[in-house]
Every structure is written in C-alpha cells, then in structure tokens.
Ligand binder design. Structure first.
Ligand code: ARG
Length: 576
C-alpha cells in the first residue's frame, strides 16, 4: 500500500473542491516556496478565478474555511493574490512517518500499469579497453535501471556489444600480416589482441591498401566466411570476458549480452522493409534512406555501404526492431555520449518512417564528457586515454590513504579492507558522476572526490555507518512511534516524506542527480538533527524511542537511495 504524504493532502483538497463545485484537477499542492510561512502551498485559486470569474482571494478563502475544519492541519492561510498556505500538525506528519517506517518501500507508490523498458548503456567494443567515456553510460544507465525497477516498470538491459564493425577486420588483417595466417589466433589473450588492434590502427592510418584489406575481411566475415568467423568468435569471447570483469567491479548489471552481430540477420529485413516502402535509394554504390530536411538539413541514413557491409545505423535500426518484436519494448532508452546525438536523431527518424517501432518511445539520453582540471577530456598523468581500470585503481589508492592498515589483532583482515576500499572507491567514482546533471560534462575532482566530507559518495556512506553505530550504542532502547518535538525533527520529517516525489521525478526526468541531491541533503539534515536531539539523554523514554525511529528510517532510506544510485553502503567505515 502506498502512503504518500502529498497524495493524502491532495485527496483532502479534492474532497473540499468537489464539495464547493470546483474543478478538482487543480487540487494539487507543492512544497512551499516560503518555508517560513508554510509546509505546502496550493495555487489553484489563481487558475480557478479565471474559470469562476471571481476574485482569487475569495475562492482561496472559501477553500481555506473548509480545510480549517480538518484536524490534520495546523494552519491554513490565504496570502498574496490568493495562495493557499498549508502547515501540517506535527501529529499528522509523525503518523505518516510511522507508516513509512513500517513499509519496506517506505510507502512509495508503484506504477499501476508497468511499461517494458529496454535500457542500452553498454556499448564497449571488441579488443578495446573500456575507457572513461564508457563509465558514464554504465553508471547512469545502471542507476536508471534500478530507479525504473523501483517504480514498478519492467526493465531489460542490453550491453549492445560493438562486435561487428571494421575494427574486427582490422585486427584479423593485422594478425595475418604478422603471422601469415590465423592459425595462432586462439592462443592470444586480450592484452595481445588489444596490441594487434593498436598496431592495426597505426598501419591503416598510413596505408590505404591495409585499410582496404581490413574492409574486405569485415565484409567476408559478415557474409559468413568460416575461418574469419572462428577467429572472430575467439576475439569476441575474450573481449566479453574482460569487459564483464570491469562491469562486475563497478556493480553494473546487464540482462542481455547481445552484440551488434546479433542484429546482422535483421539488417536484411530492414533493407527489405525500406525497399517495400519505397524508402530505399541507391546512391553512389550505397543503399540509403533520405530523411526529412524541412527543419534542418540532415544527412541520410546509410543502410548498406558500397562493399556490402551494413552500417552502425543499420545495426541500430535492426536492434530496435528486435527489441520491439522480441522483447515487446514500450520504451527504449539509450545512454550514450551526446556527441552521438545526430546518429540517434537519424536512426529514430528512420525507424519512424519504416514503421518498425509503432507507439514505442525512443529516447537518447546524451551525456557530456568527463573532463580533467584543464577542461579537456580526462587523461592519465602522461596524457594518455584514461581507461576504466586505471581510474578504479587510482580511486582505490586514494581511498586507501584515508583507511587504516590491515590489522588481524583488531579484526581488520586484508580481504575485509580490500572489499571496503572497493565499495568506497566505486561509490566515490559513481557519486562524483551522478551528482551532476546528465547533460553537462563534469570535471573529475582528483583531489577531493573521495573525501569523507562534502558532496561525495563516502560522505553519504559515512552517514549510514554513523547511524549504524548510533543504533549499536542505543541497543537498550526500542524504536517507537515518532513524536515531533523540535524543528530539527520536523525538518527531518518533511524531508523524509518527500521521498516518493524524488524517486518519481528522477524517473520522469531520467535524472539520477535528483536522488543524489536528496541523499546529500538528507544526510546533512540528519547531522543537524543528531547534534541537537540527543537519544540517550532525551527528555523522556518516548522521545528517545521516537528519535531512534527517525534515525533508523533515515538509515534505511539512505541505503535504499544509495542502492538506486548503484552505490553500496558498508555497515562500518574505517578512518586512518
Ligand atoms: N559501441 C558504440 C561506441 O563505442 C556505442 C554503442 C551505443 N549503443 C547503441 N545502441 N548505439 O561508440
């Protein structure tokens, strides 16, 4: 059963509106713009005045008179041109908190009609180490998957592995150039294959024929050449294994491990549909679909290149068709660098023309880059591309600096410490990313992203651990019904009751930073509360029991919200 404070108040307003013959669609409150005057406000009278052709203050006053009869409200006032200001009774607020505390979902609602949402936040490529660009896809996408799940949607995440383009042909060509053939391919590990790929890149830059050979091999591979397929399978497998390690370390989950290659057969169907609909044009050896250029000039979508190979765009179109037909997607969301915006605009428009995703919402959530202090894409110390492993290593080293050393006599084993460092380091990386608006890029704060103070992951993890220790210190007290006795408790109550709103806004706006802002503010408010409202030395046992309940509820909400951000909450935090 959901138990949402704002909905309860809206319901009360609705009843009054209906009794007064007013349109109840305006019976909605929002958090007060003037917290000094009220907890919530309702601006309905301003809109209703136009419909009813009356003075807004007069309408607001009529509503206020009715609301004042309700014992759950402490004060109802009409201010300014006709704003209705609502202040709740502490007892009412406390009773809502009690209900939240009883429920595993903290009273949060769930969509009555769940949608099936396919989330695309992988996109690593064969034989390439994952770099910091892949981090944002993974971190934001994983968080949105958890948020969508929490609000009751059905999610399916797909890694959409880049395993079908020219890079494969380049690697195979390079191995053949060095070894004479592909007989040794299965003995090569990921580091060796990555090296071949780097060498292939250099060779293809300088040598047109090498480029051409790579293209031909790619085309033959796609046509089904057995030797190339065998070699490709090996390269794909070891790449997937490596990438899986990375995602495991980051706590990022995928339901499906499909790749661009899995869409190959459907690419033929896309070409056929385009042909049948009269959309396919033969242009300079390639097959293309022209797009609407009314609003702005847009390059056409290339389906098949002159060498017969399908393109990245064709693959994405085919993948859309599969996600709609096989997975029954109602919505497909792509979390990909915003530099690919044009690609997605083109693909979505072509999908519409082809009619392969009727009534399916296609969304590209484009994000900005992770930058260094110089404002340029984040690099290693020596100026190289920052790969994900290096970044995680760097973060762990930073966190280890503020942790004690392993000490068996104190029960701190190396394994325990390593696990804790990993939880905090990954939490720090993720929070640093998720505290920012998705669309904007951000500067990776090398010096303070892992600090225990400030707007960081470790600060929130520390807040959880602190409440755990408060619980431990007060074991003789049983959490009891909540009683609000001071403004700090009241502020906690108002913040905690916003939870449902926060999660649903993050979902609607595809914006985990709404959740990260919330946990940060909640953790800060908790500090104020705990500094002013002692538990053991409270005025009465009832108040002590209530404060313990507030602490417990705060802890559970923080843990759940960190979970929605994909961040773990260690029971204990250690400081050197
Ligand atoms: N592999 C691509 C890249 O590295 C990203 C794929 C994103 N997903 C998609 N469905 N296009 O650029």
């Amino acid at each position: 059963m959901s138990y949402v404070l704002e909905e309860i108040i809206n319901q009360k307003l609705k009843t009054v509106f209906l009794a007064l013959n007013l349109d109840d669609k305006y019976a909605v409150i929002k958090i007060s713009d003037r917290p000094d005057l009220s907890d919530f406000q309702c601006n309905a009278a301003l809109a209703l005045a136009k419909i009813e052709k009356k003075n807004p203050r007069q309408i607001a006053e009529c509503i206020a008179q009715q609301l004042r009869k309700d014992n759950d409200f402490d004060k109802i006032s009409v201010d300014g041109p006709g704003f209705l200001n609502i202040t709740l009774k502490n007892e009412f607020l406390a009773s809502v908190l009690d209900k939240m505390a009883e429920d595993q979902r903290f009273g949060c609602a769930k969509f009555a009609k769940p949608k099936t949402i396919v989330l695309d936040y992988g996109g690593p490529n064969v034989a390439k180490e994952m770099h910091v660009g892949h981090l944002r896809s993974a971190v934001i996408g994983e968080s949105m998957r958890r948020i969508e799940d929490f609000v009751g949607n059905k999610t399916i995440s797909d890694v959409h592995f880049g395993d079908w383009g020219t890079p494969i042909g380049m690697i195979l060509a390079e191995v053949i150039a060095q070894d004479g053939d592909l007989s040794k391919i299965k003995t090569y590990n990921i580091a060796e294959i990555t090296r071949f790929y780097k060498q292939a890149n250099i060779r293809c830059k300088e040598d047109e024929t090498a480029k051409e050979t790579a293209r031909q091999i790619t085309a033959k591979l796609q046509e089904g050449d057995e030797i190339y397929r065998m070699a490709w399978k090996h390269i794909r497998q070891i790449s997937v294994d490596a990438v899986k390690e990375n995602y495991k370390e980051l706590g990022v989950h995928f339901d499906l491990w499909l790749g661009e290659s899995d869409a190959h057969n459907t690419c033929f169907e896309i070409k056929k549909i385009a042909q049948d609909k009269g959309l396919l044009e033969y242009d300079d050896g390639a097959y293309i679909i022209r797009l609407d250029e009314e609003n702005k000039p847009k390059p056409p979508v290339i389906i098949e290149k002159s060498d017969g190979g399908f393109t990245y765009q064709a693959t994405d179109l085919a993948t859309i068709k599969m996600r709609v037909d096989d997975l029954k997607a109602d919505e497909i969301i792509y979390f990909v660098d915003k530099r690919q915006s044009l690609h997605f605009e083109q693909v979505f428009e072509a999908a519409e023309k082809l009619g392969i995703a009727p009534n399916v919402k296609l969304k590209h959530i484009g994000f900005g880059t992770v930058n260094g202090a110089d404002g340029k894409p984040f690099k290693t110390r020596d100026g190289g591309v920052m790969n994900l492993n290096d970044m995680i290593k760097m973060s762990k080293a930073k966190v280890a600096e503020s942790m004690p050393k392993a000490d068996e006599s104190k029960g701190i084993t190396q394994d325990y410490l390593d696990n804790l460092i990993s939880q905090v380091a990954v939490g720090a990386i993720k929070f640093q990313d998720l505290k920012n608006n998705i669309a904007s890029g951000y500067v990776f704060e090398v010096d303070d992203f892992a600090d225990f103070d400030g707007k960081t992951g470790p600060y929130i993890q520390y807040a959880v651990a602190r409440i755990n220790s408060i619980m431990n210190k007060n074991q003789e007290i049983t959490p009891g019904n909540i009683i609000i006795t001071n403004s700090e408790e009241r502020n906690m109550a108002l913040k905690l009751t916003q939870l449902n709103n926060i999660v649903f806004r993050a979902e609607a706006e595809c914006e985990p930073s709404i959740v990260s802002d919330y946990v940060y503010n909640l953790a800060q408010l908790f500090s104020c509360f705990y500094n002013t409202s002692p538990i053991k030395n409270a005025q009465s046992p009832d108040i002590a029991a209530s404060r313990l309940s507030i602490a417990l509820l705060t802890r559970n909400v923080l843990i759940k919200m960190l979970n929605l951000l994909g961040i773990e909450a260690p029971n204990v935090m250690l400081k050197a």
